[in-house]
Design a protein around this ligand. Sequence first.
Ligand SMILES: Nc1nc2c(ncn2[C@@H]2O[C@H](COP(=O)(O)OP(=O)(O)OP(=O)(O)O)[C@@H](O)[C@H]2O)c(=O)[nH]1
Ligand SMILES: [Mg+2]
Length: 228
Amino acid sequence: MGFTKLSIDSIFSKNSFVQKNEYDFTIALAGNPNVGKSTVFNALTGMHQHTGNWPGKTVSNATGFCKYKDKDFLLVDIPGTYSLMSNSEEEEIARDYICFGNPTLTVVVVDATCLERNLNLVYQIFEITKNVIVCVNLLDEAEKKGIKINLNKLSNELGVPVVGTIASKPKTLRKLLDTIYNVCTGSIIPEPRTVVYSSVIEKCLNTLKKNLNYSRLFVKMDLFKIVR
Ligand SMILES: Nc1nc2c(ncn2[C@@H]2O[C@H](COP(=O)(O)OP(=O)(O)OP(=O)(O)O)[C@@H](O)[C@H]2O)c(=O)[nH]1
Ligand SMILES: [Mg+2]
């Protein structure tokens, strides 16, 4: 995936971004398909985005409003994606918003029953922005399968706030809202731990980054294509 002026212009002309001047902060809800993003969005905004138990329901960005304490938040529910190396139109919309929508904060919703697969996207988003919260959803389903997640340990490993939720029970979203508020107002500062590659790869990345106006992630994507 090469990011050329042409491809970036076409992203902007798709008009997938949202007017955010009227709000204090913009929050993107990102994550793999079918992890509960729209359920979180509906609970926080009182809206009725399509939800259901199959992946790929959300096909474009939806926006909604949420007031918490003294702040107005614009929430953006984006389509599910497994990776920022998009394979479909929905995944492209998700990638474009995550990479170029410039939200104040990205909440990455992950499925507690298959955390490992979901963390791939989390680490990719760490390459794009520091302002990330990980929302470990479907904790009830994980419990049924005997899976226990140490949220504090996960937070220490990732360097960002981690909040556990059962989005179908809106009361469990209170801590998520508090954490969103605290990150946006600067009382919590996430320090995501990005993946460090071997010194040869890191050296190449830095050289390319210096010479090209690319983010580390896009340099990595192109580099991997070359070394594969
Ligand atoms: N048991 C349980 N079900 C949940 C939870 N959160 C969401 N769901 C259900 O999981 C299904 C998927 O939820 P959605 O909100 O549509 O998921 P999504 O991430 O928006 O999915 P896409 O738009 O397809 O990417 C729905 O049937 C929800 O009711 C939860 O914490 N526990
Ligand atoms: Mg959805």
